[in-house]
Design a protein around this ligand. Structure first.
Ligand code: NAD
Length: 326
């Protein structure tokens, strides 16, 4: 009897030790099995964004010393869409706050494709312009594809023109698309190791999902890309260590769709979730005590998108000037 008790006690002890070591091992890989009562790490995109913006200031000053002017972002907006004009103004303010120059070219709704192309070609050739961004969506009579063909990759602040994406997918990015690059900055800021993780990206748009999957692949994650025709989405997300959700569907996924200890990044942005509150694609409130780390909405991925635009502008300016990005 004593012998049996001793055996079962020692088996228990071995189990406890194994679980402890396994948890330590799993955690050191960045794949967190949460221990009971452990708090979820809230990934504060605003704080990361503030620290990145601060880090840009000496680079901007260095550029100024070298070139006698600040890095310069030009934003082109066509038509009267109020939201577009607010976004464009916010970008200009963000530039000016950290000492970069920004100009806005507001074209009337009646502008033709030819006029828009001519302006972009002029800006491509203008040595005082380091980066160009065309605010989308364009009015219906204008082609965004034409814009994406025209803006020079050396001045493409968004990293979304066809040439820029060619360099990006070939593993030689000039700059990376802003939103997915912002997600990578957040993960890096919090020292969340990505190599070897099973990552799932939900959404396959050219601006978020596909480049996100590419950046995670380049960071040595094993990536599954899901979309609106994916079957059994929840089964796939539940198996992932890291899930980036960019489906554009308010509150689509919640606790039961993630495995315990997963890292959850919510790119979604919706003006009217429950009770008319700003929300994302993930039911963030359900993740406490379950996810290892997650981004809230607002205050997660959103602030990093515009900050990455500033970073891209600075980088393009430095590259054109032959300065070593610091
Ligand atoms: P999109 O509509 O172009 O693409 C959505 C993608 O999600 C599509 O590929 C679609 O196949 C997939 N999808 C839709 N429903 C799905 C479902 N039920 N299951 C699985 N996949 C599904 O959108 P987008 O431009 O990639 O943006 C996605 C979201 O991210 C939106 O909410 C947008 O507002 C937000 N966004 C936020 C930022 C930011 O700075 N925070 C930047 C860009 C986009």
């Amino acid at each position: 009897m004593k012998q049996v008790q001793n055996d079962s006690q020692s088996i228990c002890l071995i189990e406890v030790k194994c679980t402890k070591y396994l948890n330590f091992f799993v955690k050191s890989l960045g794949i967190g099995a949460l221990t009971e009562g452990e708090l979820m790490l809230v990934l504060d995109g605003k704080a990361v964004s503030d620290s990145v913006r601060e880090s840009l200031i000496p680079r901007i000053q260095g550029f100024f010393t070298n070139r006698g002017r600040a890095p310069h972002l030009t934003v082109v907006v066509v038509g009267d869409d109020k939201a577009s004009h607010v976004y464009v103004r916010n970008k200009k303010i963000a530039c000016e706050k950290i000492g970069m120059e920004s100009t806005i070219h507001a074209l009337p709704l009646t502008s033709t494709q030819k006029q828009l192309t001519q302006l972009l070609e002029k800006l491509n050739a203008d040595d005082s312009v380091d980066a160009i961004l065309v605010q989308f969506p364009l009015p219906a009579h204008l082609s965004s594809d034409e814009v994406l063909k025209t803006v020079s990759p050396e001045k493409d602040a968004d990293g979304l023109t066809f040439s820029s994406l060619g360099y990006f997918y070939a593993g030689k990015p000039i700059v990376s698309p802003c939103t997915p690059a912002g997600v990578m900055t957040i993960l890096k800021h919090y020292d969340l190791a990505i190599a070897g993780l099973n990552a799932v990206v939900v959404g396959r748009s050219n601006i978020v999902g596909k480049p996100m999957a590419n950046l995670l692949t380049d960071a040595n994650a094993t990536v599954t890309l899901c979309h609106s025709r994916t079957k059994n989405l929840s089964d796939i997300t539940r198996a992932a260590d890291l899930v980036v959700v960019a489906a554009g569907k308010p509150l689509l996924l919640g606790r039961e769709d993630f495995k315990q200890g997963a890292i959850v990044i919510d790119v979604g942005m919706h003006g009217s979730g429950l009770g008319g509150k700003l929300c994302g694609d993930v039911r963030f409130d359900e993740l406490e005590g379950w996810a290892k780390a997650a981004t809230p909405v607002p205050g997660g991925v959103g602030p990093m998108t515009i900050t990455t635009l500033l970073q891209n502008t600075c980088l393009l300016a430095e590259k054109r000037a032959g300065l070593q990005p610091s």
